[in-house]
Design a protein around this ligand. Sequence first.
Ligand code: AMP
Length: 288
Amino acid sequence: MRTLRDIDELRSTLRAYRQRGQRIALVPTMGNLHAGHLALVTCARQHADIVVASLFVNPMQFGPGEDLDGYPRTFSADQAQLTEAGCDVLFAPAVSTLYPNGLDAQTRVHVPEVGEGLCGGSRPGHFDGVSTVVSMLFNLVQPDIACFGEKDYQQLAVIRKLVRDLHMPIEIIGVPIVRAEDGLALSSRNGYLSSEERATAPALYRTLCVLRDALERGEPIETIIHQGKTALYDAGFTPDYLELRDATLAPVSPTTRHAVLLAAATLGPARLIDNLSVQLPATTATGQ
Ligand code: AMP
């Protein structure tokens, strides 16, 4: 695996692959890799000849007071894992390489509607930061496909809209959530949890499963969401949001069958997110 930090070097390396007619896949990450990230690399391998992973802790997507400085940085271990997973190129630019004029002077990409509410509501500017850096990476790598995790469901929806609206010829592939044995969605931020909090954390997934089952039995959405928030508080979380949306993140309507239950909740120092798909029966009352 080649590790590249420089834009010109990245472009010339990828140009050579492209001239040989090889299909390129991109897997954007912020590092501190775990099996969830590696599932994206495996997926990328299956769809392309050349796999490029990027590792960039993007300051633009962190709000004031968020964990930019403390975000886990484990570069050598990440490099080893990517090599092992069969990645061909690791692009790991410095902040000054992607934002040479600083963040304030940087052109930004804003994806309306789907980026509003949910994580976009609690983290103002977050998806502008994500959309800007992903647009930049798409422009630099010009991949045929790019893989993103369904764990960050709203992010995936934002990227799909970004690519559609800007007519980028890139196929976006969503990869199912990789979980620990106890159900907790793997996340770099799980490392912030104490051992006691780590033992509590799977209650988020368990709660979503209980709520999904109730929704699939046709119980009223409003009641179930209320019960879910109470259950999260009782387990020790501070819920940020718990919402049922349709699969495109539009509000559920009486005709919605394929829905998604999305949650974000704080547990000690960590803000955890998770989601589950829900098949609504025809009888569900949709008031939320
Ligand atoms: P991050 O490094 O947290 O920015 O994540 C990079 C990519 O990995 C994003 O597309 C995430 O959605 C994806 N990802 C993170 N955790 C998981 C997981 N547990 N399962 C599947 N994909 C994940």
